[in-house]
Design a protein around this ligand. Structure first.
Ligand code: C5P
Length: 227
């Protein structure tokens, strides 16, 4: 398992301070679209200046027509980040176009797809996709695997089933992790590190339990010991 810390603090300055406190660790950092819209490419460069070995996951969740997605993915590849994501519901033609376009980059970033946003409950999900979340997540995962993606964003509780129908090496990245049973906040289906491990999650994504802790570096250290 590789720890991915969500840089979700309200300003660029605070996020950089957090990255500074964590610079001694071999971790991934998740940059979301709020931060990216506000602080842009320069922010990515700043993170790499703090520690060139930080791995960056750019969480922009692309969704558009295939050609536009492939164009955007190529621009992302030029940023020198390590992983980004697109929506599986953009369809297999779009996903294949992205992978095809990135194939000319030997060091291309990993590409994950978003299956179902964890903010959906089953009823609101069905309103759009007309199937239960669990059924659709598996279908999206299979589609993503067959389109050549590297993995999916999913709940920890879906990780094992997804690997069973795709491959053990198909990456699963899961938010809503409360390492030692901390406060869930607005997350619904939270899992501890222990559960994430048992469910074969490759990347637990952790935000508040780290940046709200009075000693984020110590918290990261405790988490890394358990991975
Ligand atoms: O603070 P917390 O650990 O709940 O942060 C989880 C991170 O994962 C946040 O950045 C949130 O936006 C993101 N995320 C999520 N559920 C998804 C996709 C991303 O919680 N389905």
């Amino acid at each position: 398992m590789r720890l991915c810390v969500a840089l979700d603090l309200p300003s660029g300055r605070e996020n950089l301070e957090l990255a500074n406190r964590l610079k001694a660790y071999d971790i991934w950092l998740k940059v979301g679209f709020r931060t990216y819209i506000r602080d842009g490419k320069e922010f990515i460069k700043e993170l790499k200046r703090i520690n060139p070995n930080f791995k960056i996951f750019l969480d922009l969740k692309l969704y558009d027509i295939p050609n536009t997605m492939a164009d955007a993915s190529e621009e992302i590849a030029k940023l020198g980040i390590d992983m980004f994501n697109i929506h599986a519901s953009s369809g297999s033609i779009a996903m294949k176009s992205v992978m095809q376009r990135l194939s000319k980059y030997p060091d291309r970033p990993l590409v994950l797809s978003v299956t179902a946003l964890t903010s959906f409950d089953n009823d609101s999900f069905k309103e759009i996709y007309e199937k239960d979340i669990s059924t659709k997540v598996e279908q999206f995962a299979k589609m993503s695997f067959e389109s050549g993606l590297d993995g999916v964003v999913c709940s920890a509780f879906e990780s094992r089933a997804i690997k069973e129908i795709t491959s053990r090496n198909f990456i699963t990245l899961s938010p809503a992790i409360r390492p030692f049973g901390e406060d869930a906040g607005d997350q619904k289906r939270v899992a501890t590190l222990e559960i994430a491990k048992n469910e074969l999650v490759d990347f637990p994504v952790i935000g508040r339990p780290i940046y709200r802790d009075k000693n984020p570096a110590q918290k990261v250290e405790e988490i890394l010991k358990r991975l």
